[in-house]
Design a protein around this ligand. Sequence first.
Ligand code: SF4
Length: 231
Amino acid sequence: MQLTFTFEREPILLQIRNRLVQIYGQQRDELRHEPTPQWVKAMISSRTLDAISDGAFVRLRGLPSWDMLAQMKTTEITPMIHDVTFAQNKAIHLAKSAQIIKRRRGTVELDFLADWPTQVAFDWLNSLPGTGPKVACVTLNFSTLRRPVFAIDTHVLRVFWRLGLAPNRHNFKRGYITLSNLIPNNWDADDLYELHWLMKYLGQKICTHERPLCGRCPLASLCPSAACLQA
Ligand code: SF4
């Protein structure tokens, strides 16, 4: 009798991660913030260079407590984060969200999420003004909560869209749902953290917004956009 072997194709996210690890190396965290500072950091960092949002975060971190965010006027918060993109909107969302957290929990601290199931914690964060799935995932995955959710930013979503794995390059909610369904069952929070940073680096250095360098891309053979973008 002749033996036949069936080889299952590796999950696409595993193929992507393996290729990117070859060029960017393994991504493991060294420092994790507590949930509240990580949430604040994520709230102010979108569409802003890391060096600038880091500076704004340091200024906010100088407040006596996070409860201050619920007491301050947005006109007091805005100058503290003046150099981040959309500073005024972010200040409004920070103040409103902090007031909601204080009203619901008595203090502006998110440590209580450690006792909640991941989906419940995600939904709770996602309901806060200006938080959304991106900030909720960063808070849950990057912080000491270390939850297995996939954080998607503009770079990550753009690359997945060009790869044909995300339905829209601007819709984080749909991207989050679609990509979450592709995550291998045995991946943990650290695997998702690693994939986030690998994809972000690719988006910043090779699959850039203006001019993707498909000829140098380790994902080119997996990517339906490669041929037309190189043409
Ligand atoms: S092949 Fe081109 S479009 Fe596809 S992921 Fe790489 S750089 Fe982006």
